[in-house]
Design a binder for this molecule. Structure first.
Ligand code: CMC
Length: 431
């Protein structure tokens, strides 16, 4: 962190002496005012529910310029990574800070693809769930349980343990997500095939059966790989902050990632892709394109409680760059599968068109986010709606690990412990 030339001065209207606060500069983006000594100097906390103005850490992994609609992983624009790299290159970049050279790439791909199998006992653990359990409930349990199955890599303070746990998580997540799916539909689990690509192997475990050979469709493989890249990291969002907070107590990496998965499940976060597709299907059932206008009126009515899922973002106040890439992938996948006339895609485009021209959305700078089109792509591939957030969790695992490891290596890291403005009853006695 670099100290800025200027300082911030906090003055009080009650005559208390003003306080000078240091200001730090990042490499890009807004400066931050360092308030760490504020309580010691003034006896006051800052108040910022939802962290609207709070930088919780310093980070060198992902940068978002919400006004421009720019997303950089380690400095590289998401558009370039999505077109020139694959997901495992992106994982390497996020974890290690640089893109791999040819040898590093080869070694990393081999390493990840060699550890895709899970402990055989895990399937018996999985069989304890109801068949109709939501995959996110199953995944939260399975990922938390990894610490019971791989307890030789649970010391968060040991860099070697962290490295082994990172590879295990990235390698095994597709296997666990596919197992959660197969269990729900009553089909046998498919063992991974390590000669396939990361995305290809996932498709094989999802849609292959022991009865016949499964041929990976390269267009769908590429589309899935892109979904993984676009979801790999997104700086200090709710689930990443959860992972950091959870890991700050010194808990093991599997437990910290399970906490992230639980947070991701919510419809305001990773659950939005599922909620978005359900919303489009609802509009379709209730009259389709002809009823879009009526639905949009409901969205704008504050009393209706209806939100346009897949729209809006805490940071992006412009088109989410991931949404543009996802729309491109959507076109490719639908063309490959002969679904260009897919009514849900037509409906989504119509919703987007109306929203982009409507004052309500324009004034609030509400644009499509990554989830707006990702559900249509996944549905076309054959992924059930209830598994969408699981796919997001699979892809985001690398970001969570990179952020967790960055925090643990930061000499300034402390256990996360926010304070509060207490509004309850002062001390009183039981009668
Ligand atoms: N539909 C209708 N109105 C909206 C929407 C929406 N999707 N999003 C925000 N608004 C309105 C909101 O009601 C508020 O209006 P007003 O100023 O009149 O009170 C204004 O826009 C500002 O919204 P906010 O709730 O203060 O914004 P936030 O930063 O707290 O919330 C959000 C961001 C993503 C939770 C929210 O936009 C939302 O719920 N969107 C729908 C869910 C969604 O698509 N989430 C996926 C996010 S991207 C994937 C991920 O990172 O997980």
């Amino acid at each position: 962190m670099k100290l800025a030339d200027n300082k911030a001065t906090l003055s009080f209207s009650n005559g208390s002496p003003s306080i000078e606060l240091p200001v730090y500069q990042g490499s890009i983006g807004p400066d931050v005012i360092d308030i760490r000594k504020l309580y010691g100097q003034s006896g006051m906390f800052t108040y910022d529910p939802g962290f609207l103005s709070t930088a919780s850490c310093q980070s060198a992994i992902t940068y978002i310029d919400g006004d421009k609609g720019e997303l950089l992983y380690r400095g590289y624009p998401i558009e370039q990574l999505a077109t020139k790299c694959d997901y495992l290159d992106t994982c390497y970049l996020l974890l290690k800070g640089e893109l791999p050279n040819a040898t590093e790439r080869d070694d990393f791909h081999k390493l990840v693809l060699k550890h895709t199998m899970v402990h055989e006992q895990m399937q018996f653990f999985l069989r304890g769930f109801r068949r109709d359990a939501h995959p996110m409930a199953v995944l939260t349990g399975l990922i938390g349980a990894l610490s019971a199955f791989y307890h030789d890599s649970t010391d968060i303070n040991n860099p070697q343990h962290r490295e082994i746990a990172a590879i295990r998580l990235i390698s095994k997540l597709p296997t666990l997500v596919a197992m959660a799916y197969k269990y729900g539909v009553g089909q046998p689990f498919m063992y991974p095939r390590n000669e396939l690509s990361y995305a290809g192997n996932f498709l094989h475990m999802m849609f292959g059966t022991p009865c016949e050979d499964y041929k990976v469709n390269p267009v769908l493989e590429k589309a899935l790989d892109r979904i993984f890249i676009l979801h790999a990291d997104h700086e200090q969002n709710a689930s990443t902050s959860t992972v950091r907070l959870c890991g700050s107590s010194g808990t093991n990496p599997f437990a910290a990632i399970a906490a992230g998965v639980a947070c991701l499940w919510g419809p305001a976060h990773g659950g939005a892709n599922e909620a978005c597709l359900n919303m489009l299907e609802d509009i379709q059932r209730n009259g389709g394109i002809a009823k879009v206008g009526e639905f949009m009126e409901q969205v704008k009515d504050k009393n209706s409680g209806v939100k346009l899922m897949g729209f809006g973002h805490r940071v992006y106040k412009n088109y989410d760059p991931r949404a543009k890439l996802m729309q491109e992938t959507c076109n490719e996948v639908l063309a490959e599968l002969g679904l260009e006339k897919d009514p849900l895609f037509a409906l989504a485009k119509q919703v987007e068109k109306i929203a982009l021209e409507d004052d309500y959305f324009v004034q609030r700078k509400l644009y499509p986010n990554v989830d707006f089109y990702s559900g249509i792509v996944q549905r076309a591939i054959g992924i059930p709606v209830s598994l969408f957030t699981g796919i997001f969790a699979l892809a985001r695992t690398v970001g969570w690990i990179a952020q967790l490891n960055e925090m643990l290596a930061d000499p300034e890291y402390k256990i996360g412990r926010p304070r509060q403005l207490f509004t309850g009853s002062p001390r009183r006695d039981v009668p």
